[in-house]
Design a protein around this ligand. Sequence first.
Ligand code: HEM
Ligand SMILES: *[C@@H]1O[C@H](CO)[C@@H](O)[C@H](O)[C@H]1NC(C)=O
Ligand SMILES: *[C@@H]1O[C@H](CO)[C@@H](O)[C@H](O)[C@H]1NC(C)=O
Ligand SMILES: *[C@@H]1O[C@H](CO)[C@@H](O)[C@H](O)[C@H]1NC(C)=O
Length: 515
Amino acid sequence: MDQFTSILEERAPVLASIAVVLVAVFAANVLFKNDYLSQIPLIGSEVGDAEKRRKAYITNGLDFYKKGYELFKSKAYRLTALDGDRIVLPRHLLEEVRQLPDDVINIDKAFDVINEHKHLDMGNRKLTEFMIHIIRGDLTRGLARINPRLSAETAQTIQEELPPCDDFTPVVVYQTVLRMVAKISGAIFIGPELCRSEDYLNASIGYTLDFLNAVNKLKQWNKRWRWLGRYFTPEVDKLFKERKKAHNFLNPVIKQRRADMAAGKDMPDDALQWMLNKIDETGLSDDILAETQLNMSMAAIHTTTLTVTMILYDLVVRPDVIEEIRKEVRSVLAANHGVMTSHALFEMKFLDSVMKESQRVNPGSLIRFQRYVDKPVTLSDGTHLPAGYMIETAHALTVQDPSVYRNPEKFDPRRFLDLRNGTSEDLLKYKNKEQHQFVTVTKDFMHFGYGRHACPGRFFAANEIKLILARILVDYDMQMPDGLTERYANINMGPDAFPDPTKEVLFKRVKTAEK
Ligand code: HEM
Ligand SMILES: *[C@@H]1O[C@H](CO)[C@@H](O)[C@H](O)[C@H]1NC(C)=O
Ligand SMILES: *[C@@H]1O[C@H](CO)[C@@H](O)[C@H](O)[C@H]1NC(C)=O
Ligand SMILES: *[C@@H]1O[C@H](CO)[C@@H](O)[C@H](O)[C@H]1NC(C)=O
């Protein structure tokens, strides 16, 4: 049970739309909705009533989705998740749904439901717009400028976080990568000194876990009693305590920045500063600024760590792929004066392909595009989406469908490179082959979501992941311990799959002469 809880705590941020999603269905609407809903087939009716289906979802969730996918490939179906029905949409309908306005299909309200905002004093999720504005306008646009710095931070951080590794040395991958990612992201979020303080690392790593824990524990209460349950849930108290601690850490930092700005000093080039430069015109308080910093860590750190861990687990059992990545990294670097510029990272197309293939084989969560239907809408094929329902799509089944990606059961490191290059047949017939890049979201590859609310941090994440992998793979040899040859199995939980956070890989520093 402890193991289970700790894995639960280590799952990706809820922001990344992971699973313990519960649906608020208001009893008053149920009868009215049933009319429309009877036209959308229900998966799992053979199990019994709603309560039985709900229970079965925990153990058989994956089977329900699979059955729905096979039976109704291009039609919507319903299933009963942990607390209510959801409508699962086929990907071809998403092209239409993603264009609906936010007051019809809403992401903020979906997260309100997913994350129990009401009970965790999370405030209106609309505030997230400020963070998204900074991510798109400053972080993503600034990547070319930031990359050389990010690259230096990556090299330094890897040295700090890995043991000397003069000989093959066991390293717990997830925990180690977690601190690396928190520091490297932190260098850009809050600056290279503060990101190394243990208080900062504790807040940026721990707050997400406290948050997920509080949400998960609260959801064990019947949803009618959660308003009361929160007072009897110690995890909620812990969240509030840690939030306060994080604010106590961030507030003086912000005060100091304001003082330095007033004194006309040269200001740092980091996300905190970009926020400071813009927040006054939004009328938001410095407290909201601190929360925006916390939220950014929450969206960024565990998601990126899970991705890197999955890739390292895939690679350590494929030394030939590692060798090919090394060759690519070295030759790209040689052509770019040894600097990991944005251009150099773009040129690492084999690495890009490996990263995307790892996401395809390890989708993390089975579902994506979770949205709340705020106004009823009828789609072109007649599917009616009633207000108050959650919708989603079974992303993992799409990316493992042989009519979408050939031989889907095979880990093919060149798959997306060949598709991009036109050297393999594209079953999807994209005109623009660059759509097979790691950062691109399409209805056939929704790892980063889909539509206007797809992950805004994915460009930064892609850069960071490439920098980390390129450095680790060129500077270190990796091996499975104890002569193991199989990839570490992911841990499946309902519709989710996580890399095992407890596993070790052996690392040995490559001697400079061999590089
Ligand atoms: C590999 C790492 C990451 C993964 C797999 C990931 C995945 C996702 C997914 C699936 C969504 C939901 C999109 C949708 O439903 O359409 C999302 C949203 C979001 N992500 Fe990421 N993400 C990652 C890294 C990051 C980073 C590094 C940042 C910040 C710098 C970030 C910031 C956000 C934000 C702010 C949203 C909410 C967007 C909105 O509400 O409009 N993510 N992410
Ligand atoms: C931070 O994230 C939470 C959870 O998604 C949200 O309710 C809150 O409004 C966000 N705050 C800011 C300032 O972005
Ligand atoms: C952060 O500190 C708290 C209290 O000191 C502790 O319970 C928690 O485990 C720490 N979290 C991390 C990720 O280090
Ligand atoms: C792309 O395909 C061409 C042949 O069409 C090949 O010469 C080239 O090496 C390929 N590029 C990569 C990066 O594999």
